[in-house]
Design a protein around this ligand. Sequence first.
Ligand code: ZN
Length: 144
Amino acid sequence: MTDTPMTPDQPAPVELTEQQLESLIDAGNRALNDHYHESQCHCDDWPASCVSSGHYFMGAWDTNAFAIGLPAVLSVWETLRNDRHAAKVSELRADNEALRARVAELEAAESRITAVELLVEEARDKCNHSVDTDLLLDALGLDN
Ligand SMILES: [Zn+2]
C-alpha cells in the first residue's frame, strides 16, 4: 500500500483487496439493476432474463459510480465504525473498573465476615455468650 498524504479532514483509506472492492462494486451495481428492474418491470424471470423487452437485462444499469464513490464512502464508514468501537472500548474499560471495584468491596466484606466468624468461634471456645464490642467493631472494619 502506498502512503499518500491526506488532508486533515479526509479519513484514512480502507484496506481492501481489489477483489473485495470489486465484489462491493458488483453488489452495488446488482442492487441498482434490481431496483430499476423492480420499478420498471418486476417479472419473475429476473435476473436471469426479463420478459418485458430485450432492453432490460442484468448489467443494463451498471455504472462507474460505485467504483468512483465506494472507496470514499467506505473510508467514512470505517471512520464512523472506528469511532463507535473506540467508544465501546471506553465503555468496557469503565465497566471493567467498576466491576474490579465491586470485586474488591465483596472481597473486603468476605474477609470481615471471616473475622467475625473467627471472633464468634473464639468466644464459643471460651464458653463466652457475648463478644467484646471493640473486637467486633474491629472485625467489622468499623472505627471505634
Ligand atoms: Zn422483467
